[in-house]
Ligand binder design. Structure first.
Ligand SMILES: N[C@@H](CCC(=O)N[C@@H](CS)C(=O)NCC(=O)O)C(=O)O
Length: 210
Protein backbone atom coordinates (compact mmCIF):
# COMPACT_ATOMS: atom_id res chain seq x y z
CA UNK A 1 0.00 0.00 0.00
CA UNK A 2 1.26 3.49 -0.89
CA UNK A 3 1.30 5.91 2.07
CA UNK A 4 1.29 9.70 1.56
CA UNK A 5 2.02 12.25 4.29
CA UNK A 6 0.09 15.35 3.35
CA UNK A 7 -0.78 18.86 4.51
CA UNK A 8 -3.81 20.56 2.96
CA UNK A 9 -2.98 23.13 0.22
CA UNK A 10 0.72 22.23 0.26
CA UNK A 11 2.95 20.73 -2.44
CA UNK A 12 1.85 17.27 -1.31
CA UNK A 13 -1.35 18.09 -3.20
CA UNK A 14 0.67 17.28 -6.34
CA UNK A 15 1.14 13.72 -5.18
CA UNK A 16 -2.45 13.41 -4.01
CA UNK A 17 -3.64 14.54 -7.44
CA UNK A 18 -1.26 12.13 -9.20
CA UNK A 19 -2.51 9.23 -7.07
CA UNK A 20 -6.08 10.12 -8.03
CA UNK A 21 -5.10 10.25 -11.71
CA UNK A 22 -3.46 6.84 -11.38
CA UNK A 23 -6.28 5.23 -9.42
CA UNK A 24 -3.93 3.15 -7.25
CA UNK A 25 -5.04 2.49 -3.65
CA UNK A 26 -3.25 4.67 -1.14
CA UNK A 27 -3.38 5.71 2.49
CA UNK A 28 -3.49 9.45 3.15
CA UNK A 29 -1.89 10.59 6.38
CA UNK A 30 -3.12 14.10 7.12
CA UNK A 31 -0.52 16.26 8.89
CA UNK A 32 -0.39 19.83 10.11
CA UNK A 33 2.30 22.52 9.92
CA UNK A 34 1.32 23.73 13.37
CA UNK A 35 1.53 20.73 15.72
CA UNK A 36 5.27 19.92 15.35
CA UNK A 37 4.42 16.48 13.90
CA UNK A 38 6.64 17.17 10.85
CA UNK A 39 9.57 17.62 13.27
CA UNK A 40 8.98 14.27 15.04
CA UNK A 41 11.87 11.80 14.65
CA UNK A 42 9.72 9.30 12.74
CA UNK A 43 8.79 11.95 10.16
CA UNK A 44 12.38 13.23 9.91
CA UNK A 45 13.45 9.65 9.18
CA UNK A 46 11.36 9.70 6.01
CA UNK A 47 11.70 13.42 5.19
CA UNK A 48 14.94 14.83 6.65
CA UNK A 49 13.94 18.48 6.11
CA UNK A 50 10.70 17.87 8.00
CA UNK A 51 8.44 18.61 5.05
CA UNK A 52 5.67 17.24 2.91
CA UNK A 53 5.16 15.46 0.64
CA UNK A 54 6.63 12.23 1.92
CA UNK A 55 5.66 8.91 0.47
CA UNK A 56 6.32 5.24 1.04
CA UNK A 57 5.97 3.02 -1.99
CA UNK A 58 7.30 -0.45 -2.73
CA UNK A 59 9.67 -0.26 0.25
CA UNK A 60 11.07 3.09 -0.94
CA UNK A 61 10.76 6.40 0.83
CA UNK A 62 10.73 9.65 -1.21
CA UNK A 63 10.21 13.26 -0.12
CA UNK A 64 10.62 15.52 -3.17
CA UNK A 65 7.44 16.18 -5.10
CA UNK A 66 8.98 16.21 -8.60
CA UNK A 67 10.86 12.97 -7.97
CA UNK A 68 7.74 11.36 -6.53
CA UNK A 69 5.66 12.36 -9.56
CA UNK A 70 8.20 10.93 -11.97
CA UNK A 71 8.60 7.74 -9.90
CA UNK A 72 4.84 7.19 -9.71
CA UNK A 73 4.49 7.69 -13.45
CA UNK A 74 7.39 5.36 -14.26
CA UNK A 75 6.20 2.62 -11.93
CA UNK A 76 2.43 2.83 -12.19
CA UNK A 77 1.25 5.07 -15.03
CA UNK A 78 3.61 5.33 -18.02
CA UNK A 79 0.96 7.36 -19.87
CA UNK A 80 1.59 10.19 -17.40
CA UNK A 81 5.21 10.66 -18.45
CA UNK A 82 7.11 11.15 -21.70
CA UNK A 83 9.54 8.37 -22.64
CA UNK A 84 13.26 9.19 -22.77
CA UNK A 85 13.49 8.83 -26.55
CA UNK A 86 10.46 10.97 -27.44
CA UNK A 87 11.05 14.47 -28.86
CA UNK A 88 8.76 15.93 -26.16
CA UNK A 89 11.02 14.57 -23.39
CA UNK A 90 12.94 17.85 -23.04
CA UNK A 91 9.73 19.88 -22.65
CA UNK A 92 8.46 17.30 -20.14
CA UNK A 93 11.57 17.54 -17.93
CA UNK A 94 11.66 21.31 -18.28
CA UNK A 95 8.02 21.60 -17.15
CA UNK A 96 8.42 19.17 -14.27
CA UNK A 97 11.35 21.13 -12.85
CA UNK A 98 10.12 24.62 -13.79
CA UNK A 99 7.34 23.98 -11.28
CA UNK A 100 9.93 24.52 -8.57
CA UNK A 101 11.00 27.87 -10.07
CA UNK A 102 7.43 28.90 -9.36
CA UNK A 103 7.59 27.01 -6.05
CA UNK A 104 10.52 29.09 -4.80
CA UNK A 105 8.58 32.34 -5.27
CA UNK A 106 5.46 30.82 -3.74
CA UNK A 107 7.44 29.65 -0.70
CA UNK A 108 8.92 33.13 -0.18
CA UNK A 109 5.54 34.80 -0.53
CA UNK A 110 4.02 32.28 1.89
CA UNK A 111 6.75 33.04 4.42
CA UNK A 112 6.25 36.79 4.23
CA UNK A 113 2.47 36.95 4.01
CA UNK A 114 1.54 34.08 6.30
CA UNK A 115 4.28 32.35 8.28
CA UNK A 116 5.89 35.55 9.59
CA UNK A 117 2.98 36.70 11.67
CA UNK A 118 4.35 40.00 12.94
CA UNK A 119 4.44 42.96 10.57
CA UNK A 120 7.98 43.90 11.65
CA UNK A 121 9.31 40.52 10.52
CA UNK A 122 8.02 40.93 6.97
CA UNK A 123 9.83 42.66 4.15
CA UNK A 124 7.54 44.68 1.85
CA UNK A 125 10.44 44.82 -0.64
CA UNK A 126 10.73 41.05 -0.77
CA UNK A 127 6.95 40.69 -1.03
CA UNK A 128 6.77 43.08 -4.00
CA UNK A 129 9.85 41.61 -5.68
CA UNK A 130 8.70 38.01 -5.30
CA UNK A 131 5.21 38.84 -6.57
CA UNK A 132 6.72 40.49 -9.65
CA UNK A 133 9.11 37.61 -10.26
CA UNK A 134 6.30 35.08 -9.86
CA UNK A 135 4.08 36.94 -12.31
CA UNK A 136 6.93 37.05 -14.84
CA UNK A 137 7.67 33.35 -14.38
CA UNK A 138 3.99 32.51 -14.97
CA UNK A 139 4.32 34.10 -18.41
CA UNK A 140 5.92 30.86 -19.62
CA UNK A 141 2.89 28.72 -18.72
CA UNK A 142 0.00 27.65 -20.92
CA UNK A 143 -2.39 27.49 -22.53
CA UNK A 144 -1.41 23.95 -23.66
CA UNK A 145 -0.04 20.99 -21.71
CA UNK A 146 3.72 21.42 -21.52
CA UNK A 147 4.67 18.29 -23.44
CA UNK A 148 1.79 18.08 -25.91
CA UNK A 149 -0.41 15.86 -23.73
CA UNK A 150 -1.26 15.71 -20.02
CA UNK A 151 1.60 14.37 -17.88
CA UNK A 152 2.84 14.63 -14.31
CA UNK A 153 4.68 17.81 -15.36
CA UNK A 154 1.24 19.41 -15.69
CA UNK A 155 0.37 18.21 -12.20
CA UNK A 156 3.50 19.89 -10.82
CA UNK A 157 2.84 23.11 -12.74
CA UNK A 158 -0.94 23.04 -12.32
CA UNK A 159 -0.61 23.05 -8.54
CA UNK A 160 1.87 25.96 -8.72
CA UNK A 161 -0.48 28.03 -10.89
CA UNK A 162 -3.42 27.15 -8.62
CA UNK A 163 -1.50 28.54 -5.64
CA UNK A 164 -0.05 31.51 -7.56
CA UNK A 165 -3.52 33.00 -8.05
CA UNK A 166 -3.54 33.76 -4.30
CA UNK A 167 -0.61 36.14 -4.75
CA UNK A 168 -0.65 37.63 -8.26
CA UNK A 169 -2.95 38.21 -11.21
CA UNK A 170 -2.38 35.10 -13.32
CA UNK A 171 -1.74 35.83 -17.02
CA UNK A 172 -4.45 34.66 -19.47
CA UNK A 173 -2.58 31.69 -20.92
CA UNK A 174 -1.75 30.36 -17.48
CA UNK A 175 -5.37 30.89 -16.42
CA UNK A 176 -6.56 28.82 -19.38
CA UNK A 177 -3.99 26.16 -18.47
CA UNK A 178 -5.25 26.04 -14.89
CA UNK A 179 -8.84 25.85 -16.15
CA UNK A 180 -8.02 22.69 -18.13
CA UNK A 181 -6.15 21.19 -15.20
CA UNK A 182 -8.88 21.94 -12.68
CA UNK A 183 -11.49 20.42 -15.01
CA UNK A 184 -9.91 16.99 -14.64
CA UNK A 185 -12.02 14.66 -12.48
CA UNK A 186 -8.90 13.53 -10.60
CA UNK A 187 -8.17 17.15 -9.64
CA UNK A 188 -11.67 17.44 -8.15
CA UNK A 189 -11.28 14.13 -6.30
CA UNK A 190 -7.93 15.27 -4.89
CA UNK A 191 -9.45 18.59 -3.81
CA UNK A 192 -12.20 16.69 -2.04
CA UNK A 193 -9.56 14.77 -0.06
CA UNK A 194 -7.21 17.73 0.49
CA UNK A 195 -8.49 18.51 4.00
CA UNK A 196 -9.29 21.68 5.89
CA UNK A 197 -7.27 24.75 4.91
CA UNK A 198 -4.89 25.89 7.60
CA UNK A 199 -2.43 27.98 5.63
CA UNK A 200 -4.07 30.06 2.91
CA UNK A 201 -7.22 31.40 4.50
CA UNK A 202 -7.69 34.35 2.14
CA UNK A 203 -8.40 34.23 -1.59
CA UNK A 204 -5.80 36.87 -2.35
CA UNK A 205 -2.73 38.28 -0.59
CA UNK A 206 -1.85 41.50 -2.43
CA UNK A 207 1.71 42.83 -2.34
CA UNK A 208 2.06 45.83 -0.02
CA UNK A 209 1.78 49.19 -1.73
CA UNK A 210 4.91 51.18 -2.36
N1 LIG B 1 11.03 20.95 -3.17
C1 LIG B 1 10.22 20.26 -2.18
C2 LIG B 1 9.67 21.27 -1.21
C3 LIG B 1 8.88 20.65 -0.07
C4 LIG B 1 8.35 21.74 0.85
O1 LIG B 1 9.01 22.75 1.08
N2 LIG B 1 7.16 21.51 1.40
C5 LIG B 1 6.55 22.49 2.27
C6 LIG B 1 5.06 22.54 2.01
S1 LIG B 1 4.68 23.22 0.42
C7 LIG B 1 6.74 22.09 3.71
O2 LIG B 1 6.56 20.94 4.06
N3 LIG B 1 7.08 23.05 4.58
C8 LIG B 1 7.21 22.81 5.99
C9 LIG B 1 8.40 23.51 6.55
O3 LIG B 1 9.13 24.17 5.80
O4 LIG B 1 8.59 23.38 7.74
C10 LIG B 1 9.11 19.49 -2.91
O5 LIG B 1 8.75 19.93 -4.02
O6 LIG B 1 8.64 18.47 -2.41
Amino acid sequence: MIRLWHVAQSRSFRVLWALEEIGAPYELIACSFFDRSLRAPEHLARAPAGRVPAIEIEGQSLCESGAILLYLAERLAPALRIPETAPERAAFLQGLHYAETLGAHLANLTQHHIVLREEAMRSPTVMRLEARRLENALGAIGPDWVAGRFTVADIALGYAVWLAQRFVPVPHAAQAYLGQAAARPAFARAMARDGAAELYLRDFYPPPEG
